[in-house]
Write a protein that binds this ligand. Structure first.
Ligand code: HAM
Length: 448
């Protein structure tokens, strides 16, 4: 038999379709982000998915991510462009491009958008992902850092996730230079023992060795100097103020001297959010491991040099970003119920072509009055239609049959008790509205 020449297609590795069952999760998270942005006074911003590749290689320095994970290509005009691997640099670019620095500071922005990284796909790590993020520009005070740390915590806990926060400070340039010197001196006699990948990381940016996942490296680093001990007086004061605020707010944080983050634009406080437990107890008492508990749900920090690096004037900035898919994996693992789309209240059924025409008009009339209405006009038999109405869980079904068409009436069926009533076609809409209103009110008690 001749082989079919038709090809079938699948999503690329690490890419996922967002199916109808998953959209309510995205909308739930987007809704919570929108609410919290409103509470703290952030305005929404959107930036293009493609940017000049230089925006990332310049702004994120030579970080691992930029080197290994960015989708970069020459477009048809020969320009080197990149699909954004993160959203802070694009938002910083927008801040400069649109003259935000001329407006009263600080400027607070938030986004809910997609980015791409050529990562090795695994649970909670995809090549295309959504991020929610918050950025504050033009505010050097530790109050801004604290606000962001708190907001992220509120966002995740509002969604139902128990959270622990890790914080650290990478300090200003002076602090980092002093620390790198101490770290290099400590590691120099140990370099031969480092795995080749970590040695390469160390050579590119010695700080990046600190969050190595390799056991050998972690052991070698056990007695390494801590960056907190090398902070300049200004960086130290800033860090201590944030810690002090967090204490007053009773936020569950730990100081993690190994926390360095994957992007190279950070200049002070850095932080990450993790699930506070690694397993949950299901309703039947069984324990279930949370497989992605080791992955950060979000992270951020201060990046006071980025605006200048992307062509603006020196502007302090701090921000945070959260992985929407990572949050979703945890919501599902923890079996957290999310609000579902409200079900339809009324079903419009019909028998025959003529009735369908009138039913269509009725459907539109009800819909325009805010009634959640549904139909199955492509089905002929009333039995199949009523089955559909039952599946949808509507409270009322309106039926237009041949007889009703002749009598200029409709049949209203209460799907809860099966009682049917014939009413004048012209009164159909007000009658349905009345019944819906009555049905939504709790029944009056019979006795006092
Ligand atoms: P990031 O730590 O690279 O920071 O990413 C933030 C969050 O995005 C991560 O904690 C993770 O939840 C999620 N994420 C990152 N990569 C993936 C992936 N491949 N698949 C699924 N989720 C992922 C940033 O991107 C910074 N722009 C955050 C920031 C904002 N810093 C200052 N302002």
């Amino acid at each position: 038999m001749a082989k079919s020449s038709k090809r079938s297609f699948q999503t690329l590795r690490g890419m996922r379709d967002i199916l109808p069952v998953d959209w309510p999760y995205y909308e739930f998270i987007e809704g919570a982000s929108k609410r919290i942005s409103g509470d703290y006074g952030y305005s929404r911003i959107g930036t293009p998915i493609l940017e000049d590749a230089g925006l990332f290689s310049r702004s994120a320095g030579q970080s691992e991510m930029v080197i290994k994970e960015m989708y970069v290509f020459d477009d048809r005009g020969g320009d080197s462009v990149a699909i954004r691997p993160e959203l802070t640099a694009p938002v910083a670019r927008a801040y400069v491009e649109h003259g935000f620095s001329n407006m009263p500071q600080p400027i607070k922005l938030w986004y809910f958008d997609t980015g791409m990284r050529y990562e090795r796909p695994q649970a909670g790590r995809y090549r295309q992902f959504y991020q929610v993020g918050f950025e504050i520009f033009g505010e050097a005070s530790p109050v801004a850092d604290t606000e962001l740390i708190v907001m992220g915590y509120r966002l995740l806990t509002d969604l139902g996730l128990p959270i622990r926060i890790s914080i650290n400070s990478l300090g200003d340039t002076e602090s980092r230079a002093a620390y790198k010197k101490a770290l290099n001196a400590y590691l120099k006699p140990l370099l031969k023992q480092l795995p080749p990948d970590d040695l390469a990381r160390f050579e590119r940016n010695s700080l990046r060795i600190l969050d190595s996942k390799e056991k050998v490296t972690q052991t070698l680093l056990e007695d390494a100097p801590k960056i907190i001990d090398y902070l300049s007086p200004a960086s130290r004061e800033h860090f201590l103020k944030v810690v002090d605020y967090l204490d007053d707010l009773e936020l569950p944080y730990v100081i993690d001297s190994r926390l360095v983050r994957g992007l190279d634009y950070y200049t002070g406080i850095v932080f990450e959010y993790y699930s506070d437990d690694t397993e949950i107890t299901l309703p039947d008492g069984k324990k279930k491991e949370i497989q992605t508990a080791h992955l950060a749900l979000g992270g951020g920090g201060r990046y006071d040099n980025l605006i200048e690096e992307v062509g603006g004037k020196a502007t302090p900035a701090v921000g945070s970003g959260f992985g929407v898919e990572r949050i979703i994996v945890q919501l599902k693992d923890r079996q957290i119920e999310i609000p579902s789309v409200p079900a339809p209240e009324v079903f419009v059924g019909q028998i025959g072509d003529e009735a369908r025409k009138k039913a269509f008009v009725l459907f539109e009339d009800l819909r325009s009055r805010g009634v959640r209405v549904s139909h199955a006009f492509t089905k002929e038999g009333i039995k199949a239609q009523l089955e559909a109405a039952n599946r949808l869980g509507v409270r009322f079904a309106i039926i237009l049959g041949q007889k009703e068409l002749l009598d200029k009436t409709i049949l209203i069926r209460d799907m809860e008790n099966g009682i049917q009533e014939t009413v004048d076609y012209k009164k159909a809409v007000p009658e349905v509205l009345k019944r819906l209103q009555r049905a939504s009110k709790p029944a009056k008690p019979l006795t006092k």
